[in-house]
Write a protein of this length. Structure first.
Length: 134
């Protein structure tokens, strides 16, 4: 006497489940990244508006890792003609400006809201994941 189990349907279901989980994680992290983008954009310097207008959020996937991403990308030219990363400069060295041109803006415009609201962003992600998987 023997028992036989055809695992084809079971494995197919697991594959669908993995796809559903990955989709839910992508969507949850995407929602959290969108929230961080919104929060950080309001703090970013506004001089010409270029910094805020080039900001975007998304989700990166490499292998089994899924990461929510917020990016600011502006390259400017200095008085000497050298190109430099304006977004990085404003984020890291913006404290050298005594009076920002727009009230409420600040250096570390991306890092500060991420640190201050980390739990909220994680809750946004996990709530979306839970919603999609139940």
């Amino acid at each position: 006497m023997s028992l036989t189990f055809d695992d084809t349907a079971f494995l197919r279901m697991l594959d669908v489940t993995e796809k559903n989980v990955r989709r839910a994680v992508r969507n949850g992290l995407g929602d959290a990244a969108d929230a961080l983008l919104h929060d950080s954009r309001n703090l970013a310097p506004l001089d010409k508006g270029t910094l805020r207008s080039t900001a975007w959020s998304g989700v990166d996937e490499e292998g089994t890792e899924i990461t929510g991403v917020v990016t600011y990308s502006v390259t400017e030219q200095s008085a000497s003609g050298e190109r430099f990363n304006y977004a990085l400069y404003q984020h890291e060295l913006g404290e050298s400006y005594a009076d920002p041109t727009t009230p409420g803006t600040q250096p570390k415009f991306l890092e500060r809201p991420l640190k201050q609201n980390y739990d909220r962003y994680m809750r946004i992600a996990t709530d979306q994941i839970r919603k999609e998987l139940t």
